[in-house]
Structures are given as C-alpha cells and as structure tokens.
Design a protein around this ligand. Structure first.
Ligand code: F6P
Length: 322
C-alpha cells in the first residue's frame, strides 16, 4: 500500500476533523501518500482529490464540521456512478480508502465492493450513535452535551413559568441522542423511534407530575418518533391537558456543530490511527470501532444492522422520572 484516500460522508459530526487529522498524520507516519476526497462519494465520482500533508490538518482538531465537506450522494448508488468513482480512484492510483460516515456511507461501500476491488475501511462518524460494533460514534458525545446545555437552559425558563416543554432532538431512526440527553436533563418522558408511543401513558405521566406540583416538565422527543415529532405530540397532549401552559422547542442542526468534546477528539484520534493500521494489515470492508475501551473490527454489513436501543437505560429513565 502506497497511497490512500479519505473522505467524510453523510451528516457531518463533531470530531470528523480530528479524525481527518489522525488519518492523515498516521498515514504520513507510515510513509504513505495521503489524499483527501472532497464532498464524499460525489467528489469520488468527480475526481475531486486534494493532496494532504501534515500542515494541511494543523489547527483543525478542535473544529466542528469537516474540512473535506460532505454530501449524501444519490449518484454513487447507481451503476454508472460507481463505475465513474472506480475510474477516479484508479486514475489517482489509490490503494486503499478510509470512509468516515454513518450507515449510508458503509452501505455504499458494500455495494461498491461487490463490483470493484478497492479496500475500504470505515470509521463511524455520525451524531446518531446508531451503529453496531462501537460503543460510541464520533460526534455523539458532543451532540448530547449540546442538547444537555440547551435543555438545562430551557428548564430554567420552564420552571419560572410553570410550563411543560416538548423538546425535539435529532434522530430520524435512532433514539440514542434522546435517551442519553433525556436521562441527563431529568426529562419527565422520552419518546424515541424504537419504541411505540402511547399518548394515554404520556398524558397520565404528565398529569401525575402536575398533581405532584412539579414546577416544570420536559418531554424529550426524537424527530423520528412514530407519532410525528414534538409539535404533533404537543398538539395531542394539549387537547387533553387544556390547563397546562405548553411550549415546543426544536433544537435542529445546532446539535451537529460545535467544538468536539475531549471524548470525541480522543475517539477520533484512536479510530483514525487504527483505520490506517487496518489498511496496512490488509483488512477491508470493516468498520473500526471502540468497545469496552478496545479497538475492534466489524464487517460493514453487520455494523449497519438494525439499531438496538439499550433497554436498561429506558428502564432507568422511567424509574427516575416519577
Ligand atoms: O445522520 C445525522 C442526522 O443529524 C440525523 O440525526 C438527522 O435525522 C439527519 O442527519 C438530518 O439530516 P439533514 O441534515 O440532511 O437534514
């Protein structure tokens, strides 16, 4: 292996830059030539390669976003798109690729490798924490801390006005952000895509809290929750609890930006170095993860299997919200 390429793809996440730095620097450390691909699979199709040296990744470890930009490429999922991408990689003499992204990124790599023989190694970069084979994905820790900071502020004003707030957090298919941030802010209820939403139960919980004279109540709603998100839930609840003063806040893309936490920077650094070492050892079509503080390798196809929510955390959230 002489020359490797790296790219970021899918929704950006804090820690991607720290990871780019780690891949570039450990590539150089191992006497490899390293190039970046701009805009994910789109850039691969269009041959948008840029040389990366040690200086090109200076001063980025603390920055959110991704200097290589990102995209969700529909073109790459077509036979023509993949052919073009393969041609670009061959023209550039790429011997191995590091893909930093989420489930869509790894599904793309699996499809590509069915027809074309270029080793891919993946690094889990998504705020959603929805991949098997790693305890945490890059950016998740930063995102949940952003949510916690915002909801703590909402709690202050909610308590001052004796209000009920519905706060919508990201997670189209995954409730990890909602679950962990919900536990951290002492949410009265947490609604996630992985479980059924029983409006009657939610209303009963909120009524109980009200009768216990709680001065504020917070319901964390993941955007992919089955009833349709925070506005929809608030509407349904308000019909029954007409006396409650309610508000809705949608946190949105604020959750995807910001300086990565120390945990995300260290994770990014470990996974970036491990990805280069994996390519050098001849590994391919695997996602590098960290489980119980150890580096581990999971075939892409297993990493993207249906996301399983931690039942025990759900139970803890329920016990503590009485
Ligand atoms: O994959 C990360 C994520 O932030 C999800 O939580 C969210 O549902 C989605 O991306 C939003 O994507 P976009 O920025 O394309 O609207």
């Amino acid at each position: 292996m002489k020359k490797i390429a790296l790219f970021t793809s899918g929704g950006d996440s804090p820690g991607m830059n720290a990871c780019i730095r780690a891949v570039v620097r450990s590539g150089i450390y191992n006497q490899l030539e390293v190039v970046g691909i701009m805009h994910g699979y789109e850039g691969m199709i269009e041959g948008k390669f840029i040389p990366m040296d040690s200086g090109s990744v200076s001063g980025i470890i603390q920055r959110g976003g991704t200097i290589l930009k990102t995209a969700r490429s529909k073109r790459f999922m077509t036979a023509e798109g993949m052919k073009q991408a393969y041609r670009s990689l061959k023209n550039e003499n790429i011997d191995g690729v590091v893909a930093i992204g989420g489930d869509g990124t790894f599904r793309g790599a699996v499809e590509f490798n069915k027809s074309y023989d270029v080793p891919f190694i993946g690094i889990p970069g998504t705020i959603d924490n929805d991949l098997a084979g790693t305890d945490f994905t890059l950016g998740f820790d930063t995102a949940i801390n952003t949510v916690v900071e915002a909801v703590d502020k909402i709690r202050d004003t909610a308590a001052s006005h004796d209000r009920l707030f519905f706060v919508e957090v990201m997670g189209r298919d995954a409730g990890s952000i909602a679950l962990l941030s919900g536990i951290s802010v002492g949410a009265e209820a947490i609604l996630i895509p992985e479980t059924k939403t029983y409006i009657e139960n939610l209303i009963a919980t909120l009524k109980k809290g009200w009768h216990r004279n709680k001065t504020s109540m917070i319901v964390i709603v993941a955007e992919g929750e089955e009833a349709g998100g925070a506005y929809k839930i608030a509407e349904l609840v308000k019909k029954e609890l007409t006396g409650m003063d309610t508000r809705v806040t949608v946190l949105g893309h604020i959750q995807r930006g910001g300086n990565p936490t120390c945990n995300d920077r260290v994770l990014a650094s470990r996974l970036g170095v491990a990805a280069v070492e994996a390519l050098l050892k001849g590994r391919r079509e695997e996602m590098i993860g960290q489980v119980n503080n150890e580096i581990c390798y999971t075939p892409f196809a297993n990493a993207v299997k249906e996301h399983v929510i931690n039942e025990n955390l759900l139970r803890i959230a329920e016990i503590l919200s009485i």
